[in-house]
Design a binder for this molecule. Sequence first.
Ligand code: WT7
Length: 652
Amino acid sequence: MAEEDITVLMDEKRIFKPSKDFVEKTNVKQWMKEHNIDSLEELYKKTDDYKWFWKEMADEILEFYEPYDNVLDWDSPFAKWFTGGKYNIVHDALDKHAKGPNKDKVAYYFESEPGDADKELTYHDLYVEVNKLANAMKKLGIKKGDRVGIYMPMIAELPIAMLATAKLGAVHSVVFSGFSAQAFRDRVNDCEAKLVITCDSFYRRGKKVPLKSQTDEALEDAPTVEHSIVYKRTGDEVDWTDDRDLWWNEIVKDEPEECETVKTDANDPLFFLYTSGTTGKPKGIIHAHAGYALGTATTLKWVFDIKDDDVYWCAADIGWITGHSYIVYAPLILGSSSIIYEGAPNHPGPDRWWEIVEKYKVSVLYTSPTSVRLFMKFGEEWPEKHNLNSLRLLGSVGEPINPEAWMWYYKHIGGEKCQIMDTWWQTETGHFAITPLPLTPLKPGSATKSFPGVSADVYNENGEPITNAGGNLVLTHPWPGMLRGIYKNPERYRNTYWSKFDDIYLAGDVTRKDSDGYFWIQGRADDVLNVSGHRIGNSEVESALVSHDKVAESAVVGKPHDLKGESITAYVVLKTNVEPSDALKQELRTHVGEEVGKIARPDEIWFVTDVPKTRSGKIMRRVIRSKALGKEVGDTSTLANPEAVDEIDKAQ
Ligand code: WT7
């Protein structure tokens, strides 16, 4: 698409409306009819009574063991949903299907990268696998409330491990398999995991990634971990610690195919997932059973309009919240069939994804702007080689989608017939918070409006709602999938999200609301990078650099990047008598890769003698970033060392 077309598009403020025929068949339209609601406006108005709405949806979707007393208890900032109810998400995600009409329906199509291990798991297969593993875990002493660290790639055994943990009422903490041993160790230690689950190795872009040896390294200093269960994915030779390591494949062999699901309280924790913040170490975001189940399932049912015959593919990694919510829990609760793909998008060729869409006749595809831009770079000749006619809805998440990428996705993947659901949400929100419905008129680049039963707004610094100006994105009342806190740190929870405006959730994104009430997310307000749609704290990369023995200090900023959204630039102050060199830059990049993960490796490293700081010693990233981008630096009067700003210049 040529540059001029986009400009025209934006000038015209073109709006993309779904066809009437399509709208008529959607789940949400069906629901509206049943509730005598005629228009989208009326739907939003009616669902302002959010407790009523969520109760309606809970009655429709969830099955409790024992009924709840209250829809919501809100002792700000702590929420409890469906109090008094006995519930376990595994009942809705698995047990009810395995004993019901979905028994023989495929839950997951697993597509391995080299094609050596492809398989289909029906709901009944999944149920049996989960039960066997849960029984084996029980023998290792895992019980309600225990934490289990899971470090696994995109294979079907990852959801199996999560579900087995939840089945016992234990809490999983999944760590993205692209993170380093050190990152896994930090998270395992923070949540005091008793057990970890991993695999020998897995395939990524034709190479094997030795996950077991990374796990071994992490466990060198993880005092709470008693056992490590290892799934045999590739059959590679691995080191073994006899009194700690157990082969998954062996321990499940003789276990029974039934295992009773522990009846937890509706508000018991289901999982922790670590995410980046401005300072210090990642925060362990807590999610709980029933509210999370309801929020994820309702949003998937309405936004992606999941129906019985859909083949749905969320192409994210389960190690992030997107995968937890929209590969594991929501699709299973809805009894749908989805895809899990192990490998890289361009292996063996740049059309691997389109091959998968064609092979499984995928009808709903959910991915990120980063991936869309990557495919744009490869060129439309790759999707053109395949029949993508099965697609009927597309989704985007992770960062604002630029109109150019939106148009490309719409045209070359969706064949100009699929609406694009640009979903805004966070690890903390658990599920979509701002998103179109399939009947929403779309404006490319806007995530449109809050989901019914969720209420977003934009506030100025005084807490007043504003329109047509950048401000603080907030959510004005509790929602079911909301985080319940930060593990072991209620103060940080209160301060980060609930202290700027009373009883109002602060998302940390700068956002504009236009005259039609559409939201335009502009990016993070704090010092958090967004690389390929995932949050990485500037401070995490800085501390990784400083942990290298030749580095005295560092400052890390993000720069706009065509593919990744943001790229990482690091300014590094070396210790005295250390010679700067290109080899050292390479060494530092590798070091950050080992400390945090490859995703956090700086694209650029500059050696400087000082970095700009405030008198209280805070690194002034705003100043550094402006300088690095050649922009006006603004007020530098609060700097302790204004001369350090020139250093940034010299580095370019
Ligand atoms: C941050 C949350 C939610 C899963 C992926 C990331 C940005 C997310 C959008 C979108 C514009 C978006 C925000 C948000 N973000 N989706 N559709 N449009 N920005 O989860 O790592 O918790 O990051 O991602 O900045 O705050 P996360």
